[in-house]
Design a protein around this ligand. Structure first.
Ligand SMILES: C[S@@+](CC[C@H](N)C(=O)[O-])C[C@H]1O[C@@H](n2cnc3c(N)ncnc32)[C@H](O)[C@@H]1O
Length: 272
């Protein structure tokens, strides 16, 4: 285990990694920060993904498996003091390890070429935590991809990475595409597009009629204003989750979990 002096916020290595907390720098460097042991483990497991790891002495002692994994993979491991780690993460109680990773998103064409059966499309999803939770739900439901379209947050925002709890590394993620091109691409690939909107036809009726077995792309809207009419107009159907209580709507990642699981169940029972 390394016994060198830990890097500080003034170290050039830390300063340069810190720039990746800003979207513009992430996009130009095509690199991002993956914070916490789970994300670092996933990054190290993916050859060529992690460039370097920063860890506090405590983080290193607690995650010796990661230290060994990095050494085996030839990924540089730097000890950093608490203040140095704090400038690389945006959590109040960081978990002591953070990796600089190369972008792992894929082109839309790759997703479409793989004959996807279940895709989550976010239209202008702005909240980083919601985006991470939605990626996690899509991963859990066995979706083939998540597409962050339009004005959506980038998948490499620190909060998005953290709230995906490793799922960002599990399934293909696309970003930097328009909703129009995504819907056109899904249609060309034989995927039905369903817009999730509270005012749409009742999801329970689709489930009861066995209408959810086809390859499906679900379109989810912005937290504050939902799906613009121009986006719902692109979809084949507009579908609403019934709200049995008094809630006005569901959080977008919760709505995504309900819709994606309904499709996953229908598709999987059709294949049995
Ligand atoms: C918090 S909601 C937006 C609420 C917004 N006030 C509106 O009028 O649509 C964010 C997204 O979650 C999904 N969503 C939330 N509740 C839903 C429901 N009951 N049925 C279908 N989708 C829902 C939709 O995709 C929606 O665009």
């Amino acid at each position: 285990v390394s016994s060198v002096e830990p890097l500080t916020p003034r170290s050039s290595r830390v300063k340069s990694a810190r720039k990746l907390t800003r979207r513009a720098f992430r996009l130009s460097a095509r690199r991002f920060l993956a914070e916490g042991p789970q994300a670092v483990r996933e990054a190290l497991a993916r050859p060529g993904c992690a460039d370097e790891v920063f860890a506090t002495a405590e983080g290193q002692a607690r995650h010796l498996d990661l230290y060994q994994h990095a050494a085996e993979a030839g990924v540089p491991w730097h000890l950093v003091d608490d203040a140095g780690l704090a400038v690389l993460v945006d959590t109040v109680s960081p978990q002591g390890v953070v990796a600089v990773c190369r972008f792992i998103d894929v082109p839309l064409a790759d997703v479409l070429a793989a004959s996807p059966r279940l895709v989550a499309v976010c239209a202008h999803l702005r909240d980083p935590g919601n985006a991470g939770s939605l990626i996690r739900s899509a991963d859990a439901a066995g979706a083939d991809a998540v597409i962050l379209a339009g004005e959506s947050v980038d998948p490499y925002n620190g909060k998005t990475v953290r709230s995906s709890v490793g799922s960002l590394f599990h399934l293909p993620v696309v970003f930097g595409v328009s909703v129009e091109e995504v819907v056109a691409g899904l249609h060309a690939a034989g995927v039905e597009v369903l817009a999730a909107d509270g005012g749409g036809e009742n999801l329970d009726d689709l489930i009861d009629r066995g209408d959810l077995q086809a390859p499906t792309g679900w379109l989810f809207g912005n937290e504050a204003w939902g799906l613009p009419a121009a986006d719902t107009a692109l979809a084949d159907r507009v579908v609403g989750i019934p709200l049995y209580g008094a809630a006005e709507s569901l959080n977008v990642s919760t709505a995504a979990a309900v819709c994606l699981y309904a499709s996953a169940r229908a598709q999987r029972s059709a294949r049995r």
